[in-house]
Design a binder for this molecule. Structure first.
Ligand SMILES: [Zn+2]
Ligand SMILES: [Zn+2]
Length: 293
């Protein structure tokens, strides 16, 4: 079984919801039969991620995330980074420091090293432009990304190295998203994910931060059993997210299986009451969605 839980469902600047980061759990038997999953993956961990994970550990079924009232960070085995905005990476410094200096294994005397996964260019820039500032110094020496994480650098144009798997069954295929243009489409790296159960052939679509890019995503969305789609509630020009007016033009059979996420704080103002009829709804935070049985 593979499950997905949003730590938060909000936009970068949302204050009523936490930012859109996701906990993926892979189970050999399922949460009814196991105290904790066999493998875990965060898709992004933004500025509000630590607070959201702290809240999640108190929910029934997520006790394995708790150790004496604190987040037990070693329960997070892997992190996939979609792109470098703070609402997707702002919690990684805390995670790295807690794993390295707080959660020391009593037997080995060593901290815990999770795996970090993304494209080579995102990982290089993540360290050089973001994490290096706070993580470069370890007492007595300078540190590198690999002091804190096992690195899995994907090569998006190489079919042998453009994806990763959990439990050798659930395959994650990143695809480029149309989020920020420097000079042209796709020239600032950012990713969404198609997640496939290789046993059943079923798939799930996770848009990542993106403008609506039907050329690239309409087939993935049509084939998926569930879609999670980035949406911006405020209509604007030159936006970097999919507008509500745009996602409403998706075919009805796609909308019915699409949960909207990365939304602003006015989702319940009354102006978006149509979402429950036209879509699977607004994604709910801190609730386990079963992707594959
Ligand atoms: Zn974002
Ligand atoms: Zn973004």
């Amino acid at each position: 079984m593979l499950t997905l839980t949003f730590l938060g469902v909000g936009s970068a600047f949302a204050k009523r919801n936490d930012q859109s980061n996701v906990l993926i759990e892979a189970w050999s038997e399922g949460p009814e039969h196991q105290d904790e999953p066999d493998d875990t993956l965060l898709i992004d961990f933004g500025t509000t991620g630590p607070r959201a994970l702290h809240a999640l550990k108190d929910k029934p079924g997520f006790e394995y995330l708790d150790r004496e009232g604190m987040i037990y960070y070693p329960s997070i085995r892997r992190i996939f980074v979609t792109h470098q905005h703070a609402d997707h990476i702002g919690g990684l410094e805390e995670l790295a420091l807690m794993d390295t200096f707080v959660h020391i294994d009593a037997e080995t005397g060593k901290g815990f090293k999770p795996q970090i996964i993304s494209s080579i260019s995102i990982l290089v820039n993540l360290w050089d432009h973001s994490l290096k500032g706070g993580l470069t110094t370890i007492p007595g020496r300078y540190a590198l990304l690999q002091d804190y994480f096992f690195i899995l650098a994907l090569r998006p144009s190489d079919p042998d190295h453009d994806h990763f798997s959990l439990l050798k069954r659930y395959r994650f295929d990143p695809f480029a998203t149309d989020h920020i243009h420097i000079e042209r489409k796709y020239d600032w790296p950012s990713y969404g994910l198609t997640i496939t159960d290789t046993q059943s052939g079923e798939s799930v679509f996770y848009s990542g931060d993106s403008r609506l890019d039907l050329e690239a995503t309409s087939q993935r969305m049509a084939e998926a059993k569930i879609c999670f789609q980035d949406v911006q509630l405020a209509e604007a020009e030159n936006t970097v997210h999919a507008l509500m007016s745009e996602v409403r033009t998706l075919p009805e059979e796609v909308r019915r299986k699409t949960h909207l996420y990365h939304y602003g704080d006015n989702w319940d103002s009354g102006s978006f009451d149509f979402v429950d009829q036209e879509f699977a709804g607004f994604a709910k935070p801190q609730q386990r969605y079963v992707l594959f049985d």
